[in-house]
Design a protein around this ligand. Sequence first.
Ligand SMILES: [Zn+2]
Length: 434
Amino acid sequence: MYMQLRYGFRLYPSAGQRTALAKAFGCARVVYNDALRARETARSQGLPLPKTGDLSQQLITEAKKAPQRAWLGEVSAVVLQQSLRDLDAAYRNFFDGLKGKRPKTGPPRYKSKRDSRQAVRFTANARWSITPGGKLRLPKIGDVRVKWSRTLPSTPSSVTVVKDAAGRYFASFVVETGPEKPLPQTTPEVGIDLGLGHFAVLSDGTKIDSPRFVRRAERLKKAQRDVSRKQKGSRNRDKARIRLARAHARVADARREFHHQLSTKLIRDNQAIAVEDLAVKGLARTRLAKAVHDAGWSAFVSMLEYKAARYGRTFIRIGRFEPTSQVCSVCGVKDGPKPLHVRTWTCRACGAVLDRDINAAVNVARAAGLAVTACGAQVRRALLPAQRREAGTHPKPSPIRWEQAGIPGLQAGEDVNSTASRTSARSTVRSTRR
Ligand SMILES: [Zn+2]
């Protein structure tokens, strides 16, 4: 399985190179907007949409000859062509979204000098390269200093140069890569419950604290206040705005770093990982929104997914079949909803004392057909004698009555840890997701 990965590196352009890049950003934006205007005009007049080839001729080749667009000649033509292709892609995504072929996106929008992200893309035929001295050679810009924080696994096919709101420059390379040499096989399989109290709780009982970067970053609040205090349009407000953007960028970096480290560790330590497909979007609209955004679950889950694919691990996303807090992960009895403030409870059927988050993580793993023991869900040994024996040794997980956990097609008491029923549990979960 081959996949495209992005590798980002910090760039340190010289003053002259920054000017050249500003020109490239500006020209790419102008061509993009000109093409968008031409298409929208045609559309409003009911005319056929102009073709990219025609637009290229008209908006780049011909336009350069006119004095008011002569400066387009100062920028690599490939960058401008790419701008047209990017607009094509934006239209394609928009129409595919309308047809339901992919998630809905808005129609292409005009780009502005004030956008927080400026970018130009250099494809293979732009003759960009990496010099023997390790600099990034960009046509009509020069050899830009790069901080190579890690090695590229293979030759990249394209590079996007980005300037963010904090005024930092990055090179983002697209690399086609095959799977890594799979990590050595390991036995543990784990279910993960992503929660608000903790960032993640694992079915083995591990709780990983939520890094509340945004709320801890007091500097961010101060920077925010500074911006609103400064007069609109003033130089000082601009400066304060950049300081705020820098503070935000630091928080985003810290969060990404945390996600990378945790996802790498989980992939290395476990053979299979199951996560509940959270309706994060639904949560984000509530007042929990801030906590959800801080936690950045979806970014984290997609890291787990691609790393699993790269390193030969199994990644399973289970659908929301049943609220995981309503089922006892030890005996499988569903004993109804519990308000959010209830963190532990005793199962009335088997007497196990359950921790809400760990119980959920075990149920996630079970629903995905993973072999995990329920012991992690218990905060202490249950008092019933029969249970004490089980909780003490755990030679193998007690079977769960799956029909009570809401998964059709499995009989009560069926051993979910045999290969056959694991596969069927997995495929059942897949089919209920649709
Ligand atoms: Zn129970």
